[in-house]
Design a protein around this ligand. Structure first.
Ligand SMILES: [Zn+2]
Length: 566
């Protein structure tokens, strides 16, 4: 009988706190639902003390996602632990996860404490957490650079104080498999009572060893692995969930461990996450990369055609990649589209299907064959997590070697149409300036990426943007056969998120007096004032529209990228 390994997913906490991966409440909820479908044992939903937004998101996940354990992270202070508890107390199975650093480097320079003080902090925190819930995890931050005798002392004290899971993080991705296995073995030999707790590991990928270290730790006796979808996380990321799960699955002959993960949900989780964050998976990424199952070299193709196992250690189907390349065209009906999407793992309710169908028809008009990847992009494009306060009615842009480019944009908002024209160094920059003139928001483009979803000259281009409005970053995404159209709609997606937040804060200002909301509300006021100060014209038939002012949307980095890309 293989031994069960607990899969602790921290995509929504460690993953989310990494650059470019922040998610709003709806996005976290959507990802949490997929983690539930994936079958992970524990979902670490966030760090409630970090911000009001994080608190609300953890709270929402705890209320809605009922099967897995929902964990919340807290430092060792009373405030942190009590706040984390308030966020998850309504969960079906809440877990408090508290941590303190145990390496001298962190103790002296970051915490400015002594080892004994840290030991006391750990014990106090675990006791307090245990007084609130029976499921308490303690992490010894930077464990792999800690003095091993001291690490054993802290772990022993945490177990004694009531921790039910002991996590050993390789916080900076420093260890190697043989060393990490030894640490795990020493802890089991030296710590009295360690068998009363589950031993867990949490590895970072700074040397590309996070998965190897995690597997070595499991072989040495660890029974919980912390990981993230696509391996996202601080710096080089965390151990990747899909790589760990598939290692156990493919090599069950020598790794007698099982997990509760439904491997066929892996690809969908990976796609959903990159769709939400706009962080694309590298083509050669193990298990979920675009090329992970592509056989290009003639001799490999020949082998695979004769017998798949010659060059495939696992099938694409086993991770949920559908190889049935039934191609839809513009004559396919709504029913066929609905069925195909359900086969791909996206059973859509009627309103979403209608939206997806409308996009499908538009794209089918411009593109002969529609591949599975295209359909997934269409679904994600249609998954509007925010009301479309501003909707693109028309976009016309010029581009070429003669600068500047111009763009004319018509947006629909509150039942009216508004038009603006602008110039820019390229059609995308010009379109963004025109959009800003209508919405009144001034977006600063922090990141812009575009990729071809499928093959061929008529491939769908998927655009992801990160835009800063008044100090808050919003992500936007859209897909189209026209990259300027996709760029404009991705930007509007972010604008709509920003404008929705402004309205939410309006309501929050009157309902409560949270200091942070109030500060953010002032920012929203400024944004609203700008909207009023810069009204765009409503379209009238036959009326000439003025050309907008100079480019002022993007920073220089963004501009350089746009110039290269567009
Ligand atoms: Zn971490």
């Amino acid at each position: 009988m293989p031994e069960r390994i607990i899969i602790f997913d921290t995509t929504l906490r460690d993953g989310e706190q990494s650059p470019g991966c922040s998610m709003n409440l709806e996005e976290k909820l959507r990802m949490a639902r997929q983690l539930d479908a994936l079958g992970v044992d524990v979902v670490e939903a966030g760090f409630p003390m970090a911000s009001e937004d994080d608190f609300r998101a953890v709270h929402a996940v705890a209320r809605e996602v009922r099967r897995p354990v929902i964990a919340a992270l807290a430092r060792t202070t009373r405030d942190d632990i009590e706040r984390a508890w308030r966020a998850i107390e309504s969960a079906a199975r809440p877990r408090l996860h508290t941590f303190v650093a145990t390496s001298d480097l962190h103790i002296q320079h970051k915490l400015r404490r002594t080892r004994d003080e840290v030991l006391d902090m750990a014990v106090e925190a675990v006791r307090l957490a245990r007084s609130l819930t029976g499921d308490v995890e303690f992490s010894a931050e930077d464990a792999t650079r800690s003095d091993l005798d001291f690490l054993c002392r802290v772990v022993a004290a945490a177990v004694e104080a009531g921790a039910t899971t002991i996590n050993i993080p390789d916080t900076v991705g420093y260890t190697v498999p043989s060393e990490f296995a030894r640490i795990i073995r020493v802890l089991q030999e030296r710590v009295p009572g360690i068998r009363n707790a589950v031993l867990s590991v949490h590895c970072h990928n700074d040397l590309g060893l996070a998965v190897a270290n995690s597997v070595a730790a499991v072989e040495a006796g660890a029974r919980q692995v912390e990981c993230t979808v696509n391996g996202i996380g601080e710096r080089a990321g965390n151990a990747s969930l899909e790589e760990i799960v598939m290692s156990f699955y493919v090599r069950r002959d020598i790794l007698p461990y099982s997990t509760s993960v439904a491997t066929t949900e892996i690809y969908k989780a990976s796609q959903l996450l990159s769709s939400i964050t706009g962080m694309h998976v590298q083509a050669n990424k193990a298990v979920v990369g675009k090329n992970a199952f592509a056989h290009e070299a003639g001799i490999h193709q020949d082998g695979v055609l004769k017998e798949r196992r010659t060059y495939e250690i696992m099938t694409p189907e086993s991770v949920g990649i559908k190889t049935n390349r039934l191609v839809l065209g513009k004559h396919s009906g709504r029913h066929a589209l609905g069925k195909k999407l359900a086969d791909l793992g996206y059973p859509l309710p009627r309103p979403d299907l209608d939206r997806a169908y409308a996009r499908f028809i538009e794209i089918a008009d411009q593109k002969k064959e529609i591949f599975d990847e295209d359909l997934i992009a269409i679904v994600h494009d249609g998954m509007r997590d925010v009301p479309e306060t501003f909707r693109l009615k028309m976009l016309q842009a010029t581009a070429g070697s003669q600068k500047p480019s111009t763009a004319t944009v018509i947006l629909e908002t509150e039942g009216r149409e508004k038009v603006a024209c602008a110039v820019g160094d390229g059609p995308v920059a010009a379109a963004y300036t025109a959009i800003d003139q209508i919405t009144g928001f001034r977006g600063r483009l922090l990141d812009y990426s575009i990729r071809a979803v499928s093959r061929g000259r008529d491939a769908i281009g998927e655009v992801s943007v990160h835009v800063d409005f008044d100090g808050r970053t919003f992500t936007g995404k859209a897909a189209s056969t026209d990259v300027v159209d996709a760029s404009a709609r991705a930007y509007l997606h972010a604008v709509n998120k920003g404008s929705r937040l402004a309205r939410t804060l309006d309501a929050a200002e009157t309902a409560s007096a949270l200091p942070r909301a109030a500060a953010a509300g002032m920012a929203a006021d400024r944004a609203r004032a700008e909207i009023q100060a810069a009204p765009a014209k409503e379209t009238q038939p036959g009326r000439e529209d003025a050309v907008g002012g100079p480019m002022r949307v993007v920073d220089s980095e963004g501009l350089i990228r746009l110039i290269h890309l567009v």
